[in-house]
Write a protein that binds this ligand. Structure first.
Ligand code: KG4
Ligand code: ZN
Length: 340
C-alpha cells in the first residue's frame, strides 16, 4: 500500500509538481508531502482579467522543466513508484499539457501512470496534514472553487453523493466577477477579502445584498443574482458607501448562504463532520464562520492547511492514491467537464 507519488497538476493557471508519500490504504490513509511546487501564472493572465487557455498551455510547457529540475531529478526517480496527473475537470488545452508530460515521464522512467480527478484532489486535500483528527462519517463537504460549488454527503472516504451544486456561477467565480466590478485585479477572491478588511474597526457590512436560494428546501446554490445586485448597487448607489463596505457586504451575503446551506444539510443528514475545501476555502472569514457553526452544533470541522486550498499537485497525489486503490480508473485523456 505504500506509494511514493510524483503528481502533476495543470487544470488551470497553476503548474503544480509534488512528491507525496502515501500509505495506509483506504482504512487509514496517511500522506507525507515531501515537495509541493506551484508556479503561478497570475501575472501572465492578470492583464486579461482572467485565465487565457492558450497562454496557460504555453506557460505550463515552459514551467515543467524548471519545476522538475527543482525536484532534484537525479535522485528522484529511484524513490518514485507512480505518477499521478489531473485529467479533469479544467481547461482542456491546459490539461493535455500535463497529461502529455506525465506520459513522457512515465514511459522514460518506466513508472505506472494514473489519472486523477481535480475535484477529488480538493476533497482529499484535507487529508494532507500529518497531524489531523480522524474524520467521522457521515460528513458534509462544501467544495468551493473557481469553477465549482458543490455539497456532498460522504459515507466514507470513497463513497459520496452529490446533494447539490450551483445553478449558475461558482462561488469563486462570483468573487472574481464582483472584484472586477470593483476594479480589483484577477484573481478576485483574495482581493475582495483584503478590501473587506479595510472596514473601520467595529463597523459591520451595512448593505443588505440578497442571499439567493437561502430559504429553498434544496442543497443547490445560485450566485448570479447576488452578483447582479452588486452591479446595480455600484451603478445606482455606489457613492453612498465605501468600496470596502460593498466588498464586505457581498462577502457576507455569499458566506451566509454557503454556511447556512452546508449546516442545514449537515443537520438533515445527521453529519458528524463538516469539510470545507477548494480555492475559496482560503477565505479566512468563511473558514471562521464554518468553524463557529461546527462548534455550535457539536460537529467536527476539517479544512485544508492554507497551502493546499488553491490548486496544487500534492492534492492530486492524494486523489491519485485513492484512484489507484479503487478498481475504476480514469481514461488518460483531458475531460474538461469531469464531475465529482
Ligand atoms: O481551487 P482553485 O484554486 O481553482 C479552481 O479549481 O477553480 O480556486 C480558485 C478560486 C478563484 O475564483 C479565487 O478567486 C478563489 O478561489 N479564492 C478565494 C480566495 N482565495 C482564492 N475566494 C475568496 N476568498 C479568498 N481568500
Ligand atoms: Zn481547483
Amino acid at each position: 500500500m505504500k506509494k511514493t507519488i510524483l503528481a502533476i497538476e495543470t487544470s488551470c493557471d497553476e503548474t503544480g509538481l509534488a512528491v507525496v508519500r502515501a500509505e495506509g490504504g483506504l482504512s487509514a490513509p496517511k500522506f507525507r508531502v515531501l515537495k509541493n511546487l506551484v508556479s503561478s501564472q497570475v501575472k501572465v493572465h492578470r492583464p486579461f482579467g482572467g485565465v487565457v487557455p492558450g497562454l496557460a498551455k504555453r506557460e505550463h510547457i515552459k514551467n515543467f522543466p524548471i519545476l522538475l529540475k527543482k525536484l532534484d531529478s537525479a535522485r528522484l526517480w529511484s524513490s518514485i513508484d507512480m505518477i499521478a496527473v489531473t485529467v479533469g475537470p479544467g481547461l482542456e488545452p491546459a490539461l493535455w499539457t500535463g497529461i502529455t508530460f506525465a506520459e513522457e515521464l512515465s514511459k522514460k522512467n518506466k513508472k505506472e501512470l494514473i489519472g486523477a480527478n481535480h475535484l477529488e484532489g480538493h476533497l482529499y486535500s484535507v487529508l494532507l496534514s500529518a497531524k489531523r483528527k480522524k474524520i467521522n462519517f457521515p460528513a458534509i463537504v462544501l467544495l468551493v472553487s473557481g469553477g465549482h460549488t458543490a455539497l456532498l454527503l460522504m459515507k466514507n472516504l470513497k463513497t459520496w453523493k452529490r446533494l447539490g451544486e450551483t445553478r449558475d456561477d461558482a462561488a469563486g467565480e462570483a468573487f472574481d466577477k464582483v472584484a472586477r466590478m470593483l476594479g480589483l485585479p484577477y484573481p478576485g477572491g483574495p482581493e475582495i477579502e483584503r478590501l473587506a478588511l479595510r472596514m473601520p474597526k467595529g463597523e459591520k457590512p451595512s448593505i443588505d445584498f440578497p442571499r439567493p436560494m437561502l430559504n429553498q428546501k434544496n442543497y443547490d446554490f445560485s450566485f448570479s443574482g447576488l452578483k447582479t445586485s452588486v452591479f446595480y448597487y455600484l451603478r445606482d448607489a455606489a457613492k453612498k458607501k465605501s468600496k470596502a463596505d460593498i466588498a464586505a457586504s457581498f462577502q457576507k451575503a455569499a458566506i451566509d448562504v454557503l454556511v447556512c446551506k452546508t449546516f442545514r444539510a449537515a443537520k438533515d443528514f445527521g453529519a458528524r463532520s463538516v469539510i470545507l475545501c477548494g480555492g475559496v476555502a482560503a477565505n479566512r472569514k468563511l473558514r471562521n464562520e464554518m468553524k463557529r457553526s461546527a462548534k455550535k452544533t457539536g460537529m467536527n470541522f476539517f479544512v485544508p492547511k492554507m497551502e493546499y486550498n488553491n490548486d496544487n499537485a500534492a492534492m492530486i497525489a492524494a486523489a491519485g492514491y485513492f484512484t489507484y486503490l479503487r478498481s475504476k480508473k480514469l481514461p488518460m485523456k483531458a475531460n474538461g467537464d469531469l464531475n465529482i
